[in-house]
Design a protein around this ligand. Structure first.
Ligand SMILES: CC[C@H](O)CC(=O)C(=O)O
Ligand SMILES: [Mn+2]
Length: 340
């Protein structure tokens, strides 16, 4: 493989990483990180609240800075990179998509639960009308059998998506499961396929490589693992690994290492590692963005956050049901009191 880009990487730290720092990004941070990513020639950089456009709310967590100010700053810092925004229909609306397009985003990623692609039709078609590169982003992909995933991906393709992503929101997929999913999408769709992993079971890199082997050409990463849970596939490591494999990303690995070490490491509230809570996310198949919500509820009720996460996994709670975290914590606490 010798052409300039074999794989197109989207850096998601300024969106997925928003979960890890309770949505506290500042304009200065976004400017600095985006400028450096642009200089490193990262093709796509995603900027929005962790839960996508209009995510700032009591339910999902209030942003420190209006995300449109962050998007505007990111667009202004780029000469090379394209800015992307995530939108979950029902949280974000057509209005926010139009506003982000006016500010200069070039790609929109429309995200739904893996069985709910039908709610993305309007948003995908508006995104195309606005001239944006448009991605269908099927979250919690471990929760659907392969045939269902294919059916849902085909719906997104039929609405006009240019790319469809398998999103391992919980970091729960095992390499063979990624292989069968990407391979099935490659066989049944004509559009490009992408993969977004989380490192809760320490499998993000392995899963990403399997996805690429099966023909995924769009890959997400977060620099220094600045993403929800244990973070995503670590971008600077991925770029180095792909270079060793002779797969071109067009990204300068030294510049990425410097940015990771000198800037992003200081944005993280604590170094990213697979601790007991992030491990349980992958083990129990729970949305990575639930981790801080569960820890907060555990502190409040004086219970083990792992018990909350395990219950969330058993109940198959999905994005948008964050209010259930407190209900579940209250139930566990009451049970504990009664058993004394
Ligand atoms: C809540 C949106 C979510 O963070 C999107 C994403 O990155 C994922 O599902 O992994
Ligand atoms: Mn994610």
């Amino acid at each position: 493989m010798t052409k300039k880009h074999d794989i197109f990487i989207t850096e998601v730290a300024l969106r997925d990483g928003s979960h890890a720092i309770s949505h506290q990004f500042t304009v200065e941070q976004v400017l600095k990180v985006t400028k450096a990513l642009d200089e490193a020639k990262v093709p796509y950089i995603e900027v929005s609240h962790g839960d996508g456009l209009a995510g700032s709310s009591l339910q999902y967590g209030l942003s420190l800075t209006n995300e449109f100010d962050l998007i505007e700053a990111a667009v202004s810092a780029c000469e090379y990179s394209k800015i992307s925004a995530l939108l979950l229909p029902g949280i974000g609306t057509l209005q926010e998509l139009k506003q982000a397009a006016r500010l200069g985003i070039k790609m929109a990623r429309i995200a739904t639960h893996v069985t709910e692609a039908d709610v993305s039709a309007q948003h995908i078609s508006l995104s195309k009308e606005l001239g944006l590169e448009t991605v269908g982003f099927l979250m919690m992909s471990h929760m659907a059998p392969v045939e269902k995933l294919v059916e849902q991906a085909k719906l997104m393709e039929s609405y006009g998506a240019d790319i469809v992503y398998v999103v391992d929101s919980a970091g729960a997929l095992l390499p063979f499961e990624v292989r069968e999913r990407i391979s099935a999408l490659r066989q049944n769709l004509s559009v490009e396929i992408g993969f977004h992993g989380h490192n809760n079971l320490s499998l993000a890199m392995a899963n990403t490589l399997v996805a690429i082997e099966e023909g995924a050409t769009r890959i997400d990463g977060s620099i220094r693992c600045l993403g929800a849970g244990a973070g995503n596939t670590q971008t600077e490591v991925l770029v180095a690994v792909l270079e060793r494999l002779g797969i071109q990303t067009g990204i300068n690995v030294y510049k990425m290492m410097d940015l990771a070490e000198e800037v992003v490491a200081h944005i993280l509230q604590k170094p990213q590692e697979i601790d007991r809570d992030s491990l349980v996310l992958g083990y129990a198949g729970v949305y990575s963005s639930f981790i801080l919500h569960a820890q907060k509820a555990a502190n409040h009720f004086g219970i083990d956050s792992r018990d909350i996460l395990i219950k969330l996994g058993e109940l198959k709670v999905v994005g948008g049901q964050e209010d259930m975290i407190v209900d579940i914590a209250a139930g566990i606490s009451e049970k504990k009191l009664l058993s004394k």
